[in-house]
Design a protein around this ligand. Structure first.
Ligand code: C5P
Length: 223
């Protein structure tokens, strides 16, 4: 049986990608199946937490039982939903693959092919994680995700440690991404870095198993 170590805790999990409309038929987005975020939400609920799952674009997944599901499309919609749910939360896990840019303008009509390919001006989207950590909410834990490429594990970890510090989150789940790894597959592997300097390997396993490790680390820090 699973521990009930998240009983009485409110958690927010983001999952999936975000998609930014460009015209009535096209979007600019980040791809993500949402499976890792859904697994995190499901496992948290099984361990007693009250869970809000903010899901962007995902594969066709079964919604986890006993979880409040809020669907969004764009990064700005995700930001609003996450910040709103985060007000009362003890933990926020940003597992979503957020689109960092959006087209600066939404074209009313479908962009025509024309003689030249169009250039599409972009603007920055908000960084939801940064907004979360700069909000003054004492004792709320923020967990980020990072998919990193590198020549070897050492360089991936070094880069990830710098990212954790730059992002200011309490825990960072790091996936080494390569061809056929992490994205749109069932299994996942990586490391869990703590702002306290800890580095814990996350062995190759199911996304539910990785979720369990993340919640173990969170529960330990909430105690
Ligand atoms: O910098 P990078 O995009 O690799 O950081 C990834 C982490 O930051 C993830 O947890 C992701 O959900 C979060 N993020 C965010 N808002 C963005 C971009 C990333 O919250 N605009």
């Amino acid at each position: 049986p699973l521990p009930r170590d998240l009983e009485g805790r409110r958690v927010v999990v983001s999952a999936g990608g975000t998609a930014e409309p460009l015209d009535p038929v096209r979007t600019l987005g980040n791809r993500s199946s949402g499976r890792q975020g859904y697994a995190l939400a499901r496992v948290a609920a099984q361990r007693g937490a009250e869970v809000t799952l903010v899901a962007g674009t995902t594969a066709d997944l079964d919604p986890p039982a006993a979880v409040e599901l809020r669907r969004v499309q764009t990064t700005r919609e995700m930001r609003d939903a996450v910040l709103d749910a985060a007000k009362a939360a003890d933990v926020v896990v940003m597992a979503a693959a957020v689109s960092d840019f959006r087209p600066a303008a939404l074209s009313v009509g479908k962009i025509k092919k024309g003689d030249e390919p169009p250039s599409i001006p972009l603007e920055f989207n908000p960084d939801i994680l940064r907004e979360l950590v700069t909000e003054d909410v004492p004792r709320r834990l923020v967990v980020g995700f990072a998919a990193e490429t590198g020549d070897d594990h050492g360089s991936v970890l070094e880069y990830a440690r710098a990212k954790l510090e730059r992002k200011g989150c309490d825990l960072l789940v790091v996936n080494a991404v390569g061809v056929g790894k992490a994205f749109e597959v069932e299994d996942n592997e990586g490391w869990l870095l703590g702002a306290d300097g800890t580095t814990q390997p996350l062995p190759m396993g199911s996304k539910a198993a990785l979720a369990a490790r993340v919640w173990d680390a969170v529960a330990e820090r909430l105690r």
